[in-house]
Every structure is written in structure tokens, then in C-alpha cells.
Design a protein around this ligand. Structure first.
Ligand SMILES: [Zn+2]
Length: 257
């Protein structure tokens, strides 16, 4: 199983040397965080040092589930633009958020809309040879908005309906309160990538593995059991850890394998 690094984890001031350190530490690829100031430059750095490339599509101000047709048009255009850029760099996967319903009462009609949009987006992704990966999100505890997808059944339904893949964020899953092994089993062949970070089961803290409830403790065993072959993407809080903290952690893990 390949270990990848989300570039959110390196912050906004990454250098070519940092990309070399990422590669030297044993990461096979990186996931571009589209909202970063220099995400386009980071694509070039990744290519120069020979790291594989995936993307976390942008989601700020871009609600794929919106009832507003102008917002949707904008969202669709920005996402397809990034899908095209990714394919130019030989990228393989695009992780994305399903957006949110404006209120929990609107959940059902919003899901109908989202399904249609998943097909539209996937058509574009397929044209460019990219796999779309829908990520599981933390539910809005007030039930004011409804995030898509923030329960496992809804997530599986959307992934199967559009015949796309899932990005399993194990930190989000812990806050959702679902069991990791059971969820990996349910996802089966639909699992395309894993987002890895640790937390206390209450908040999405993006800690290094072992610094929270040790959510990733049995992860690799489960992934092997269910024959998962995709990337495991470390998504670590850049405001708490340096790149060196992350690469030091990885060398310790690799030593123990
Ligand atoms: Zn995400």
C-alpha cells in the first residue's frame, strides 16, 4: 500500500527541497490541496521530483449540492478545470466533497440533485482518465445543514449510484461514530483512497497517528484483509506539525514494518 501526503500538511511555503524530502521519506505521491496559494507551483515541484499526483478538489464557496443554478455552474466549471489540469500532470484521482443541503429538511430533494451532478462530473472525469472519489464528511450536529455524505448509508448509495469511488477519511469516520473495519468491508471495491489522521473521536484534529485515539492502529490490517491497493494519504495539521515532524514519523513507521 502506498503512502501519500496531502499538501495541506506542508502549508503554503513549500519549496522544491521540501518535495524532495517528501519523496526521500518514502511517500509515493501527493494530493494537491487546490485552495493553496501555490497549488499550481506545487504540481510542478511534484512532477520534478517524480511524486505521483492526485488532487483534493476545491470546495470553499463551491457547493456541489446548491439549489442555486449559477453557483452550480461556477462549481462545475472550477471542478472540471482542475480535473483537466490534473490529467495534464498525469494525475489519477480527484477527491471531492458532495456539498451540503441548506437545511436538513431539504436533504431528500438535494440528494436527487446531487446524483444528477455526480453523473455530469464523472462524465468529465472519465474523459480525462480520472477517478472521482467522494469523501465522507462530518455531520452538522445541529442538523441545520446536511453535509453530503455524512452517514455511511447515504455515502454508499451515492457512490454505487454514480459508479464512482470513495475516499474514506478515517478521522471523519471516527467523529461520525462508525466502525472502521465494518465500513471498509461495506465499501469493498468502491474504496479508492484513505485519508489518514488521528483525533479524539470528537473533533477533526488531524493529529499524527498515535497522538489521538490511535484510529489508524489496525487500519493496515483491515486494508490488507479487504485487498485494498490504493493510496493512504496522510492529512496532517500544518498548524501543529512541521514537515519534519511528519517525515520523522514516517521513518519510524517504516522502521517498524
Ligand atoms: Zn476533504
Amino acid at each position: 500500500m502506498e503512502k501519500w501526503l496531502s499538501l495541506w500538511s506542508i502549508g503554503q511555503d513549500g519549496t522544491l527541497n521540501d518535495f524532495q524530502s517528501i519523496k526521500n521519506a518514502g511517500f509515493a505521491g501527493i494530493e494537491i490541496w487546490a485552495e493553496q496559494y501555490r497549488s499550481r507551483e506545487y504540481l510542478d515541484y511534484a512532477k520534478q521530483v517524480g511524486l505521483k499526483i492526485g488532487i483534493h478538489l476545491p470546495f470553499h464557496d463551491l457547493n456541489l449540492a446548491t439549489p442555486d443554478s449559477v453557483v452550480y455552474e461556477r462549481t462545475f466549471n472550477v471542478l472540471t478545470e482542475w480535473i483537466e489540469i490534473l490529467s495534464q500532470y498525469g494525475g489519477q484521482h480527484a477527491t471531492f466533497h458532495g456539498g451540503y443541503a441548506w437545511s436538513s429538511e431539504e436533504r431528500d430533494e438535494t440528494l436527487v440533485r446531487v446524483k444528477k451532478r455526480l453523473l455530469q462530473l464523472d462524465e468529465k472525469a472519465k474523459q480525462h482518465g480520472i477517478d472521482l472519489l467522494l469523501e465522507n464528511l462530518i455531520p452538522d450536529k445541529l442538523n441545520y445543514c446536511h453535509h453530503i455524505a455524512s452517514n455511511v448509508e447515504e455515502w454508499l448509495e451515492l457512490v454505487h449510484f454514480a459508479n464512482i469511488k470513495a475516499c474514506l477519511d478515517i478521522g471523519h469516520l471516527a467523529v461520525m461514530g462508525n466502525d472502521l473495519e465494518e465500513t471498509i468491508g461495506k465499501l469493498g471495491n468502491s474504496l479508492g483512497a484513505v485519508h489518514l489522521s488521528d483525533n479524539d473521536g470528537k473533533a477533526d484534529l488531524h493529529l499524527l497517528p498515535g497522538e489521538g485515539n490511535d484510529l489508524a492502529n489496525a487500519l493496515y490490517g483491515y486494508l490488507t484483509k479487504y485487498q485494498f491497493a490504493g493510496p493512504v494519504v496522510y492529512e496532517i495539521n500544518p498548524y501543529k506539525y512541521s514537515l519534519k515532524d511528519i517525515t520523522d514519523h514516517l521513518s519510524k513507521v517504516e522502521e517498524n514494518v
